[in-house]
Structure formats: C-alpha cells, structure tokens
Design a protein around this ligand. Structure first.
Ligand SMILES: [Zn+2]
Ligand SMILES: [Zn+2]
Length: 298
C-alpha cells in the first residue's frame, strides 16, 4: 500500500469548548447525587465533548480488505468471533480496574458492544485487563496522522486467519492526532473508516476530564469510535429509522446517544455517568443506533 495515497480526512468535527456548560453541569449534578469527590473539578474551564473529540478519518481505497460498504458484514451470521485487539504505547495504557460502583471499567465497552451485537451469533472477545492488552513499541512521535496510525495497526495487529473471525484494532497513543501537519490537541479519538482501526490519544483524554471521570470519558470515546468502526451512523450500517445527522457526518440525531455529534461538553458525559448509576444500564447507544446494528444481523 502506498501511504501517500491516503485520501484526506473526510470529516472533521468542530472542537467544542464549553466552559459554561461545565460549570453549570457541576452545579446541577450536585443535586443529582454524584458524590462530592466526583464533583471536585470546579475551576477547570476546558471540556472536550465526546465527539468534538472524534474525527472519522477517510476510508482508504485501493488497498482496503474491507470496503466501507461491507463494514456491516461484521454482523452477519458467518462471523463467529469478533475480537477487539488493544495495544498501547508506553505511557499511554488505558484505564482498567473498577469504577467506584464496582463495575469493571472495560465492562462498559463490553456491555455496549454486546448491545450492538445482541442479534449476532458471534462471540465477542473484549479485553478487560492490561494482561489482555499489549504494550507496543511505537516510534516516539508527538503526533500521528492517519497514515501513521494505519502503519502502526498493520505492524502490530494480529492476523485473524479466518473469514469467520473479525477484528477491530485499538491503539492508545502517547501523542496527538495530526492533520495537515498540525497536532489536534482536542481530538480524543479517531476511527479510520472501513479499516476497523481506532486510535485513542491519551494526553487529550487525561486533560479532558477531572481524574474521577477520566476512565469514564475514555470508555465513552472508545464506545463512540467503536460505533463508527462497525458502521454507525449510516456509514456502512443501513438506517432502520431516521436518525442520521447527515450535516454532521456519521452521527446520530438523538442527543441521548453516544453517537450524537456535539454534546454539551463534559456535562453530557456526566449525564451518562448519572444514567449509568441510576438505571444500572451501561448502554450509551440510543435505541435507534442499537436497532441499526441488530437489523444488520441476519
Ligand atoms: Zn464521531
Ligand atoms: Zn444513536
């Protein structure tokens, strides 16, 4: 593959800073039973929203084994295993362990993946501890463009050896996404269309939220990118209802859904946290997005 042939990024979501929303969220959630320590983040004026956070990088033509229009085939009955492979650069290990309520941090990704694959017969293989993930050598760089990310994935992802096994590759990087030579200091994660490749930018995640929320933010971003990787919204997965926010790319019109393009900064992540605590449901996808995925399973 010629890396020089990578097309431009087709979608670049506006970065959304919401210092006021942040402060409002701090106050309103105070009456919503988030613990005092969780709320101890007044004074920070910066918030990156989940999707402000996300850039969906362009699909790669000519050398892709999974054309974008075939992304949804991951849900078909001839697939019997879907593997989420997670690597990390030194210093960029993902958060693992448990949330305060005892739920496993990676249980969130697991529950959300299970929601999308609820009608599929495939077994989902999702790591939950660092032992299940791998630290990899990555040439020390401050910023990584789409081509760099694809190169890292191709050098490190495990061969699947069977059409019945499908993989989504995630790499946590100790650096920023680079676009047109400029580091994107507010991009939390990217999904590379049609390739099943996700990159997560640890320094941005670390700065996007106060410590008690970081693991939740990280999981939320990963779930959002996972949604893109399997074809949401209308990006490989056919729509089953009118919820595609086409103006904003492959996103969802449902504000309660993790695929919504522009949340109210960190306040929406807090909404998710509150919902998880109060309903016991970890599923951050709205039912429209879940329905698209369920319908793609035959
Ligand atoms: Zn997105
Ligand atoms: Zn949705």
């Amino acid at each position: 593959m010629l890396l020089g042939e990578l097309p431009d990024i087709i979608e670049d979501e506006a970065v959304h800073e919401a210092p006021l929303a942040w402060m409002t969220a701090s106050r309103t959630t105070g009456s919503r039973r988030l613990s005092a320590s969780t709320l101890n983040f007044a004074g920070r004026g910066f918030a990156a929203s989940i999707c402000a956070a996300c850039i969906l990088a362009g699909s790669i033509t000519g050398c892709s084994t999974t054309p974008q229009n075939d992304v949804a085939s991951i849900f078909r009955s001839d697939v019997d295993e879907v593997i989420l492979e997670v690597d990390y650069q030194e210093g960029a290990a993902p958060f693992v362990g448990d949330f305060r309520n005892g739920t496993q941090v990676w249980g969130l990704t697991e529950d959300n993946a299970n929601a999308l694959f609820g009608a599929s017969s495939a077994m989902l293989d999702i790591p939950t501890t660092l032992d299940d993930m791998e630290e990899i050598e990555v040439a020390s760089e401050q910023a990584f463009g789409s081509a760099d990310i694809v190169e890292i994935a191709e050098a490190n992802r495990s061969p699947l050896n069977s059409d019945a096994r499908r993989g989504i590759y995630v790499v946590f990087l100790d650096g920023f996404f680079e676009r047109n030579g400029t580091p994107q200091r507010q991009v939390l994660g990217v999904s590379i269309n049609g390739r099943g490749i996700i990159a997560m930018f640890k320094p941005v995640i670390e700065s996007a939220a106060p410590a008690p929320l970081r693991a939740f933010v990280e999981q939320s971003v990963l779930i959002h990118e996972f949604g893109h990787a399997v074809g949401l919204v209308n990006s490989g997965l056919p729509l089953t209802s009118d919820h595609h926010d086409a103006e904003n790319g492959a996103h969802c019109t449902n504000r309660q859904c993790v695929m919504y393009h522009q949340n109210e900064g960190i306040s929406d992540i807090i909404e998710f946290a509150v919902r998880v605590r109060e309903t016991g449901s970890n599923v951050l996808f709205g039912e429209e997005c879940v329905d698209d995925a369920l319908a793609a399973s035959d």
